[in-house]
Design a protein around this ligand. Sequence first.
Ligand SMILES: [Zn+2]
Length: 330
Amino acid sequence: MVSYKDLGLVNTRDMFAKAIKGGYAIPAFNFNNMEQMQAIIQACVEASSPVILQVSAGARKYANQTLLRYMAQGAVEYAKELGKNIPIVLHLDHGNSFELCKSCIDMGFSSVMIDGSHLPYDENVALTKQVVDYAHQHDVTVEGELGVLAGVEDEVSAEHHTYTDPADVIDFVQKTGVDSLAISIGTSHGANKFKPEQCTRNAEGILVPPELRFDILAEIEKKLPGFPIVLHGSSSVPQEYVKIINTHGGALKDAVGIPEEQLRKAAKSAVCKINIDSDGRLAMTAAVRKIFVDQPAEFDPRKYLGPARDELKKLYKHKCENVLGSAGQA
Ligand SMILES: [Zn+2]
């Protein structure tokens, strides 16, 4: 049994309380390798932002849960070395069983998500409560989910949205004791968040998605004043990256995300954690593809992973400063 406190990590409790009061959201960035972790920490240290390092089921398979935990431990020391002791959470993204959540808690995670959103309501309540009961014994915070996001991300996939029903939220939070709640209001996993027929096209022919359901968010906030709300699938799919990828041998079709102004608006509400993964994938892929085309003789991985890391850092700093509003809050 390793306690996250001995690793220098924190849980989400104080972080979320401050974020709600301050009208900003904490970035939750996924990482699978060293370059992503370096980019996240460099960006958040420079922006002086608290940060949530997220490990998905796919990341556990790709990189190994133990290695990722040691990297997060290293991230705490790395941030200090860079000159700023920012609060860092190590969070399990989309935990799908009690056993998995327990194993993460036992090895030093400071926060876990138990995603029972695909289950019948009563089973979601029971599973979430089981995780909360164990996690709280170790002062680990838990994120639950009500409603289902469309899209595909790692092992999580669903064809259609099921928006969160505001009528359920009080009962769910009371019965489970969760510390935060992920909701479905129109964000979506992956880089193709909407089908072209769901969007309109602007003057430049770029797809414009339908607006998020801020009415549902407002309803939920009214029922649970001051309770931390989480948005998954909140990448904006910057079209400049899509363009670089597609003009350098890529083939991304109709990639469309959530406009940053809408995320900025959400961050000012009870939304205090915003998950961004696809934008980071696009930034790295754009940088790597460009180098492969422009410098075809290059074969040192540092010569393309380094610039990919720099691009990722730039993107994440921008998110903290201009989208989430978390810059300067560490
Ligand atoms: Zn998610």
